[in-house]
Write a protein that binds this ligand. Structure first.
Ligand code: CTP
Length: 408
């Protein structure tokens, strides 16, 4: 779900220290370049044992910096030039040894030298550890990582899972796409820092029998994009998702449900613990009154089963009716096939929420692009067509501006 050019205009110094995860740095370079960044690779001598500077030069389209003694720099101060140009320095992979060197302020090779020489208040340092799980868990490494954070660095990961050594545990470097998204998020303004946001997404599935059910075309993309945009903006995000096959955005807590009733049961207790609630889910209005325990069979008579339907609870309206001290600031969505603004305004009143976001449902379901109309008491604002992630970021900006922070 990445949007191209999210790193347009950013100059990233990508530092590689020695580790098997250097192979992921090749893919990471491609991802950063594809997202619009210029990437200057700097490698320690140990890193060159794992991947060649030739590969990294070809992928970054720039000669790799390898030594503080490289006389090709006109002023012979590669460490100063590199760190002054950078919008951020990302060390990926960061070995246990390299982290120890950063913590000690070593400066006897180019990469640690330029980290030490960087203007600390305007050139952020991000570090993606990569090592064996025992090395990661060792008190020396944990002490060093804590000190690194205290010194202002941002530590990305590590992840858990299979390791090159054959063991399983914490210490894997995050994947290239995860690191790219971490970097994109790092640069986003923290408009929702310290706030909590709950979002529903996707369709619901209302069972008829164990193999059939009623659902709809909602892909969940808009809700997942809002969850991601809110997390990028610094919010603590919980996502309650109907049946969709979308990856969970990073740092988002996800709860999977199937039916409208399950979504209602998950959301209501959570809503009172969140400051903001965005209901993007396309919740089924009705469900079969009694789902059959066994598959309903055709009996050959030509008669079709008649489904008795009952109405589902309205999740958004129920949240909006919570007592004021437990009620989050609510945003509804209106997926319509016609008269968008009129229907959206009608929902604003009917559901008692301060903001309804309208879109033309059939045109947007499953698509990556969308157009949104924001309807509130004051009037309408149109967010022009764009990728759902861009619109989600705009919407997060609007939500941050309109909702006043409150403590829960
Ligand atoms: N919604 C909800 N629970 C429901 C139905 C809808 O939380 N049982 C929320 C949706 O997530 C959305 C908003 O209410 O934010 C409007 O949903 P929509 O289906 O467009 O509206 P309905 O109330 O179902 O109205 P109608 O079907 O008449 O358009």
């Amino acid at each position: 779900m990445s949007t191209p050019l999210d790193l347009q205009g950013r100059h990233i110094v990508l530092g590689l220290s020695g580790g098997i995860a250097c192979y992921k740095a090749a893919e990471l370079t491609r991802e950063l370049v594809k997202a619009g960044a210029t990437v200057q690779v700097v490698m320690t001598e140990a890193a060159t044992q794992f991947i060649t500077p030739v590969t990294m030069q070809a992928l970054s389209n720039r000669p790799v910096a390898l030594s503080q003694w490289d006389a090709r720099e006109p002023n012979n101060m590669a460490h100063i030039n590199l760190s002054r140009e950078a919008d951020a320095i990302l060390i990926a992979p960061a070995s246990a040894d390299f982290i120890a060197r950063l913590v000690q302020g070593r400066a006897d090779e180019l990469l640690s030298l330029l980290c030490l020489a960087r203007p600390i208040d305007r050139c952020p340092l991000l570090v993606a550890p990569a090592m064996n799980r025992e090395m990661w868990a060792h008190p020396a490494t944990q002490r060093n990582v804590a000190q690194l954070r205290a010194d202002g660095a941002t530590v990305l990961g590590p992840g858990a899972g299979d390791q090159a050594c054959g063991e399983i545990g914490d210490g894997r470097m995050l994947e290239a796409e995860e690191l790219r998204d971490e970097l994109i998020a790092f640069f986003r303004p923290k408009l929702l820092a310290g706030r909590t946001l709950l979002v529903t997404a996707g369709p619901t599935f209302e069972a008829i029998d164990p193999v059939r059910g009623i659902t709809n075309h909602s892909s969940g993309k808009m809700g997942f994009a809002i969850a991601r945009a809110a997390a990028e903006a610094g919010a603590d995000v919980t996502l309650v998702a109907g049946p969709v096959h979308l990856p969970t955005p990073r740092h988002v807590r996800r709860i999977d449900v199937q039916s409208a009733q399950q979504m209602f049961d998950a959301v209501l207790p959570l809503a009172a613990r969140h400051q903001l609630f965005v209901a993007t889910a396309a919740v089924a209005d009705w469900r079969p009154m009694n789902a059959a325990d066994q598959k309903i069979k055709k009996d050959g008579s030509g008669r079709v089963p008649v489904l008795q339907m009952t109405e589902n609870p309205d999740i958004l309206a129920s949240v909006a009716r919570l007592p004021e001290d437990r009620r989050p600031w609510c945003v509804g969505f209106a997926a319509e096939s016609e008269n968008l603004v009129r229907h959206a305004r009608d929902k604003l009143r009917r559901k008692g929420v301060p903001l309804v976001v309208g879109n033309i449902g059939p045109a947007t379901f499953g698509q990556d692009h969308n157009t949104l109309v924001l309807v509130d008491e004051a009037g309408e604002t149109t967010l022009p067509e764009g990728p759902k992630l861009h619109l989600a970021r705009e919407l997060v900006r609007e939500i941050a501006r309109r909702s006043s922070p409150k403590t829960t």
